[in-house]
Design a protein around this ligand. Structure first.
Ligand code: FAD
Length: 517
C-alpha cells in the first residue's frame, strides 16, 4: 500500500485516536497507524477534573459529541453503560509503615482524602482502556480516519518536505507519505527510535520501576480498615494510593469487577523490601508479605493479565518537535503515575496541537507555534518531575508528603475553576507555572523539599507551603479542622471567588452549569 495523507498519527491509544479524530474534523485526511489490535490491555486509567474538562472542551470545539459523555461518570453511565469504567470521586492516600497493620487516629494523621467532585453524577472516572480505546478508534474511523492496525513500522524519512513512513501492513509493504506526523505511541515510541532522538535523563527523580496488572477479587479498603466516621466520599470510589517510604501502590476499581493495581518504587525502597520486580508475581507476593493490610485487601485477588514490569518509568525526550513532526506529551515524556498527571498533560498537548492545526496549517507562524508547543511540553514535564521527585523524597514523612500534595491539588482545582469561568488568570501552563505569585513560590517549595529538610527547615517548609497555596486555595485545603479529609464544597469555591477574579454570582452560575449543585 502506498498512500498520501495530510497527517499520519502513530499509535491508537486514547490520545492517538482523539488527535486523529480532531485533525479529521478540521478537514484533513488522516491515517492512524497501530502496531497492535483493539481491544488490548493498556494502562493510564485514572482521570482528573482537569483532564475531563479538557476532554469536554475538545469535544465541544471539534464537534465530537459522541466522545463528550466520557467526561463525567453520570453521562458515561447513561450513554455507554456497556463500556466499563470506574467511579473516581477523589484521591485517597494511606500511609504504611514497615510490616505493621494500618492504623489511624481521629486526626487522620495516616491518611489524606481529597474529593475531586461533589457527587457521582459529575465525578471523574477510571478509564477501562481496553473498552474505551476500542470505542475511540472506531469513532475516529467513523469520522473518516483511515485506520491500519497490525502495522509494523520500521522507518521514517523526515528530511523530506513530506515525511515518508515505511513498514508492513498485514504482510504487505506499506509506504505512507504525510505532510505532518503526530507520534502518539507513548514513551520511547516510534519516532524516538526511528529518528534516534536522544533521551535526556530527569535530574531529580531516581530510577523508579513499576510492576502492575489487572486483578479480580480485590477487597475494598473500607472492608479492610473500616471507619466509624463518614468520609467525604466512599474511599474506594477513588484513586487509592498506599504510600510508604520510597514507593506507593495504586488501586483503581472498575465497574466490571476488575481492579487495576501496581507499585512504583525507588531502588532504595525495592532493596529495603527485598523486591526484584523482574520476578513479577513473586515480587508482588513478597510485597504483600511486607504490607499486612494490603495483603488482606489482595487476599482473594487473581491477576487477569500477566504482570508488566516497567524497568524505567521516567523518560524525557531531548526533542519534542521537528519541522514536520511532533510528539504528543505522552510520547515526549513520562514521570510517574503519582497524581495522575499523564492524561491532563497529554490532553493539554492535544489542545495546543489542535489549535496550531486550526490556525496555522500551511501558514506563516506554524514553525514558531510548534516551537512553543515543544518548549511548553518540556517545561511541564520537568515541573511534574520536580514535584513528583519531591513527593518521593518525603514518602517516609507523611505530614510533609500530604502538605506537598496540596501544592498539586490547589493548583489543579484553581486551574480547573478558572477555565470553567473563562478567566485567564495564570495562562494555561500546567500547575499554574505562570501564576505570578504561586508559580515562583511553588518552585521554591519544591526546591527545598528536594533537599529533604529536617528540623527547623522542615517546619519552615510546611509554613511556606501553606502561604504558597493561599492565593489559589479555593478548596479549603490545609484547614486544620478538616483533619485531612477535604470534601468538594460549594462554600469553599464561593469564598474563593475573588481569587478567581470573579463575583460570587459568577461562581454560583458556574457551579450550576457544571452540575455541582
Ligand atoms: C504504570 C502507569 C500508570 C499510569 N497511570 C496513569 C493514571 O492513572 N492517570 C494518568 O493520567 N496517566 C497515567 N499514566 C500515563 C498514561 O498511561 C499516559 O498518559 C496515557 O496512556 C497516554 O495515552 P496514549 O494514548 O498517548 O498512549 P498509550 O496508551 O501508551 O498508547 C500508545 C499506543 O501506541 C501504540 N504503539 C506503540 N508503538 C507503536 C509503533 N511503533 N507503531 C505503531 N503503534 C505503536 C501502542 O500499541 C498503543 O496502542 C500511567 C502510566 C503508567 C506507565
Amino acid at each position: 500500500m502506498r498512500s498520501a495523507f495530510d497527517i499520519a498519527v502513530i499509535g491508537s491509544g486514547f490520545a492517538g485516536s482523539l488527535v486523529a479524530a480532531i485533525a479529521r474534523q478540521l478537514g484533513h485526511s488522516v491515517v492512524l497507524l497501530e502496531k497492535g489490535k483493539h481491544p488490548r490491555f493498556a494502562i493510564g486509567e485514572s482521570s482528573t477534573p482537569l483532564a475531563n474538562l479538557l476532554l469536554e472542551q475538545l469535544s465541544d470545539r471539534y464537534g465530537l459529541s459522541r466522545i463528550r459523555p466520557f467526561a463525567k461518570w453520570g453521562t458515561w453511565q447513561e450513554t455507554y453503560p456497556s463500556i466499563s469504567c470506574g467511579l473516581k470521586r477523589g484521591f485517597t492516600f494511606y500511609h504504611h509503615e514497615g510490616g505493621s497493620v494500618f492504623k489511624d487516629d481521629a486526626a487522620h494523621r495516616k491518611q489524606l482524602l481529597v474529593a475531586a467532585s461533589p457527587n457521582d453524577r459529575v465525578a471523574d472516572t477510571h478509564w477501562y482502556r481496553p473498552d474505551l480505546d476500542a470505542f475511540l478508534v472506531e469513532e475516529a474511523r467513523r469520522l473518516g480516519v483511515v485506520y491500519l492496525d497490525e502495522a509494523e513500522l520500521w522507518g521514517v524519512d523526515a528530511d523530506q518536505k513530506r515525511p515518508i513512513i515505511q513498514g508492513r501492513h498485514r504482510n504487505q509493504p506499506l509506504e505512507i507519505h504525510a505532510s505532518f506526523l503526530i507520534d502518539a505511541s507513548g514513551p520511547r515510541g516510534f519516532l524516538h527510535h526511528a529518528l534516534e532522538l536522544p533521551e535526556v535523563p530527569f535530574k531529580n527523580i531516581s530510577s523508579t520501576q513499576g510492576l502492575y496488572t489487572h486483578f479480580t477479587g480485590v477487597k475494598g479498603w473500607s472492608e479492610v480498615a473500616p471507619s466509624t466516621e463518614v468520609p467525604p466520599y466512599p474511599v474506594d470510589d477513588a484513586a487509592v494510593h498506599h504510600v510508604f517510604a520510597g514507593g506507593w501502590i495504586w488501586v483503581l476499581r472498575f465497574n466490571n469487577g476488575v481492579t487495576s493495581a501496581g507499585i512504583a518504587a525507588t531502588p532504595e525502597a525495592r532493596n529495603s523490601l527485598g523486591l526484584d520486580f523482574a520476578s513479577k508475581q513473586h515480587a508482588w507476593d513478597r510485597l504483600l508479605e511486607k504490607m499486612p493490610s494490603i495483603k488482606d485487601q489482595f487476599s482473594a485477588a487473581q491477576p487477569t493479565h500477566p504482570f508488566v514490569h516497567a524497568k524505567q518509568l521516567s523518560f524525557l525526550s531531548g526533542y519534542v518537535t521537528g519541522q514536520n513532526w511532533a510528539l504528543l506529551p505522552s510520547a515526549a515524556g513520562f514521570v510517574d503515575p503519582l497524581l495522575s498527571t499523564g492524561m491532563p498533560l497529554t490532553l493539554l498537548g492535544i489542545e495546543r496541537l489542535a489549535k496550531i492545526m486550526e490556525s496555522k496549517w500551511g501558514r506563516e507562524g506554524f514553525a514558531d507555534e510548534l516551537f512553543n508547543y515543544s518548549m511548553q511540553t518540556t517545561i511541564e514535564l520537568v515541573t511534574v518531575e520536580r514535584l513528583v521527585a519531591a513527593l518521593y523524597a518525603s514518602m517516609g514523612d507523611f505530614d510533609l508528603f500530604s502538605a506537598l500534595t496540596l501544592l498539586y491539588f490547589a493548583a489543579a482545582s484553581f486551574a480547573e475553576a478558572a477555565r470553567r469561568l473563562g478567566r485567564d488568570i495564570a495562562g494555561e501552563t500546567f500547575l499554574l507555572g505562570e501564576h505570578p505569585v504561586f508559580g515562583p513560590r511553588f518552585r521554591y517549595c519544591v526546591d527545598v523539599a528536594l533537599k529533604k529538610p529536617t528540623g527547623a527547615a522542615r517546619e519552615d517548609l510546611l509554613q511556606r507551603i501553606t502561604q504558597t497555596i493561599e492565593p489559589v486555595n479555593i478548596a479549603g485545603l490545609g484547614l486544620k479542622d478538616r483533619n485531612r479529609w477535604y470534601p468538594a464544597l460549594a462554600s469553599d469555591l464561593l469564598k474563593g471567588a475573588a481569587k478567581l477574579q470573579s463575583s460570587r454570582e459568577d461562581v454560583e452560575m458556574m457551579l450550576k452549569r457544571c452540575g455541582f449543585k
